[in-house]
Design a binder for this molecule. Structure first.
Ligand code: DX5
Ligand code: ZN
Length: 230
């Protein structure tokens, strides 16, 4: 589970075929994915239900070494953080909008041996994170309203990634910037130019057959955009 300084692709298994989840995930990793993004939805915080700790535990058995990036779109995440950590999560992100005691929740994630991260919805401003940016491993900027894969990219998210990169520089912080939602060949250069380093992609990777090939092309486009702005 190496840390990377450059661009990383985090295939979102939400768009995979759950009946062959491990095989699909392996293909995405063969195509250059270095993390697996795991979307957890509770039917309350978002209007959809996906998966829970038992599935993460099974996937962990099938893929012992890959970093699991667990995106919790749930109310009261404190109740489930221990179970996700126990099941094999490495990174756990929680929504700013779902956490009344965000600082406590982020520390709870850390106490369970995982990297803590915070997520903001498209309508949530970056300044709401001012007081936790020094304790998070990464910030996840939603570029769709969470709940479903395959939605249209919301361009306002680009400004938020730029703002986060500037704040990080100004304050000498080290959090990484992740983007989630509508990342595909037509948007990937923009998110990289805006400062995103960890790119979540669901339908663009799993939605059209040849999973490894789609992952590879998306990553190549991202790295080319990064080189072009260097
Ligand atoms: C949406 C999820 C995303 C989703 C992205 O609520 O958080 O991770 O899988 O899917 P695409 O890449 O299809 O927009
Ligand atoms: Zn997600």
């Amino acid at each position: 589970m190496t840390e990377h300084s450059g661009i990383e692709l985090a295939p979102s298994i939400l768009a995979s075929n759950f009946a062959q989840l491990a095989a699909d995930a392996r293909e995405a990793l063969q195509g250059g994915g270095t993390l697996l993004h795991i979307d957890v939805m509770d039917g309350h915080f978002v209007p959809n239900i996906t998966l829970g700790p038992p599935l993460v535990a099974s996937l962990r058995k099938a893929l012992p070494d890959v970093t699991f990036d667990c995106h919790l779109m749930i109310e009261n995440p404190d109740n489930l953080i221990p179970a996700f950590a126990e099941s094999g999560a490495n990174w756990i992100s929680v929504h700013q909008e779902a956490c009344v005691h965000l600082d406590r929740t982020l520390h709870l994630i850390e106490q369970h041996g995982c990297k803590p991260a915070v997520v903001i919805n498209p309508a949530t401003p970056v300044h709401t994170l001012d007081d936790v940016l020094d304790i998070v491993h990464h910030v996840l900027v939603m570029s769709v309203n969470p709940g479903f894969g395959g939605q249209k990219f919301i361009r306002n998210a680009l400004k938020k990634m730029q703002a986060l990169a500037q704040i990080r520089e100004r304050r000498g912080l080290h959090f990484r910037i992740e983007v989630d939602g509508g990342v595909a060949l037509d948007t990937v250069a923009d998110v990289v130019r805006a400062g995103a380093e960890i790119l979540v992609a669901g339908s663009a990777v799993f939605g059209h057959g040849d999973i490894a090939g789609h992952a590879k092309r998306l990553l190549e486009a991202a790295r080319a955009a990064k080189l072009a702005c260097a």
